[in-house]
Design a protein around this ligand. Structure first.
Ligand SMILES: [Zn+2]
Ligand SMILES: [Zn+2]
Length: 242
């Protein structure tokens, strides 16, 4: 793994610690279709609403791998990327500082954050598992899975089960880690999964239209990860496609 790849992963982990919650999902190396460019944009870390489209929650994070300080142009091009990604707030991370003008141009909606390369020395990526999805099989370098915090799943008359949801930072596939059987599994974008346990629920992924908070003509779609119980299908996570 190159130092820069490690840097990107470290930033994703920091974002996960800072932002990931029940309502907000953190997606490493996200790929979303830009609303202006209509082309796929790569976002180092996408912080987005977990349950449905709510653009007010969207934050894009870009790690700039420069050996020099950030300048006005860097901030301006990032601002363009934010607009294309429908993000009103952004975070630009760099190891070597930024100019005064860059700071002024960033105003309130772009947060310039310095994370020194020396911090990588203490980074332990061993908590990240290798992606096990077929989608990563053909690639030169397999992705790593960024795990969320564990969640408890309960059904009437069964003890609470702990599960962790993760996403691969290369192919993007959802992963499920069931603490009862210890199994780790992946799901493609439209698939179903039941672990080795006898739980009265299973997991399902589906590409669905978002209920957009902002009208507009564009059809917004996401891959949803659903927890399907006997009575309900609950959204557990979401990966926007635009
Ligand atoms: Zn993968
Ligand atoms: Zn299990």
């Amino acid at each position: 793994m190159t130092d820069w790849k490690k840097y990107e992963r470290f930033i994703a982990e920091l974002c996960s610690e800072d932002y990931q919650s029940q309502d907000v999902t953190v997606i490493p190396n996200a790929k979303i279709k830009g609303c202006l460019s209509q082309t796929i944009r790569q976002v180092d870390v996408l912080i987005d609403s977990r349950f449905g489209d709510d653009r007010n929650r969207r934050i894009i994070v870009d790690a700039k791998k420069y050996s020099r300080p950030l300048n006005v142009k860097d901030v301006e091009s990032f601002h363009g990327m934010m607009m294309d990604c429908s993000s009103k707030v952004g975070i630009l991370v760099c190891p070597n500082g930024y100019s005064e003008a860059a700071k002024r141009r960033a105003q309130n909606y772009i947060n310039l954050k310095i994370v020194a390369l020396s911090e990588l020395e203490n980074v332990d990526l061993s908590l990240w598992d290798n992606c096990i999805s077929d989608s990563c099989n053909e690639r030169k370098e397999r992705g790593l899975v960024l795990w969320d915090s564990p969640i408890g799943i309960g059904a009437p008359s069964t003890p609470v089960s702990i599960t962790t949801i993760g996403k691969c930072d290369v192919c993007g596939d959802f992963h499920i880690w069931c603490w009862d059987c210890g199994g780790k599994f992946f799901l493609g974008d439209e698939s179903e999964l039941k672990c080795n346990c006898d739980h009265p629920w299973f997991w399902l992924t589906a590409i669905e239209e978002d209920e957009s908070s902002e009208g507009g003509n564009e059809v917004l779609k996401s891959v949803y990860l659903l927890l399907v119980t006997l009575t309900d299908a609950l959204i557990a996570d979401r990966k926007p496609l635009n």
